[in-house]
Write a protein that binds this ligand. Sequence first.
Ligand code: PGA
Length: 259
Amino acid sequence: MAEIVIVPDAAAAGALVADEIARLIRRTPDVVLGLATGSTPVPVYEALPERLQGLDLSSVRGFALDEYVGLDPAHPESYRSVIAREVIEPLGLDPARIRVPDGRLQGIQHAGEDYEAALGAAGGVELQLLGIGTDGHIGFNEPGSSFASLTRVKTLTEQTRSDNARFFDSIDDVPRHCITQGLGTILRAGHLVLLAFGDSKAEAVAGAVEGPVTASLPASAIQLHPHATVVIDEEAASGLRFADYYRYTFDNKPEWQGL
Ligand code: PGA
């Protein structure tokens, strides 16, 4: 069972998770962070600079979850560009230490294997940030993804393409394929931190946290992880049966435990 933390708003979630990341970097300057894209992790990235002031970040390493296939890496909505703009540049990280799966068509056949090899060589991800799709995906592991899956090419659902159309001029510009860490890859990270905000995520969150563990709702894989934290606002928590218990548990949590 994951730990569920219900916070008043996205800024409070960002502060809580950024505190944890700052603690990790202080302890392990070459920590390997698992980075996510989309709207959800933005409050974490915004809260980080203040908390990282004065720390040497030159050896921090990072791996993004996923990338579109066939989108020019220089396109502003490629996840390579998004990670550069939202994480690498504002924090002043070393771009050579931050990897994003290679979605270029040239070499796509072995891009998944290459990414797994790089993750393995880095010793794995310590803290993995996750958003959740309205269809229950994590990374871009759409319904039906194997819990044992590793980084590979997947086909996006029409729901995901339509959810992500807001980042593009039109839905026709949203790629149909992606390369994503698998559920098996994600489950290897030391600590999973899944964030979700707003009503549109309530159903997926309730299924992931309280529903059956099923490949039909890929985020339910987090129930198999020994250290998963779910940080959500009241709207995203609105479908949870045991919300009062989660609040009570967090309010009475021993301080030494951390996240
Ligand atoms: P979002 O996407 O953060 O932009 O809502 C979440 C996801 O698709 O994982």
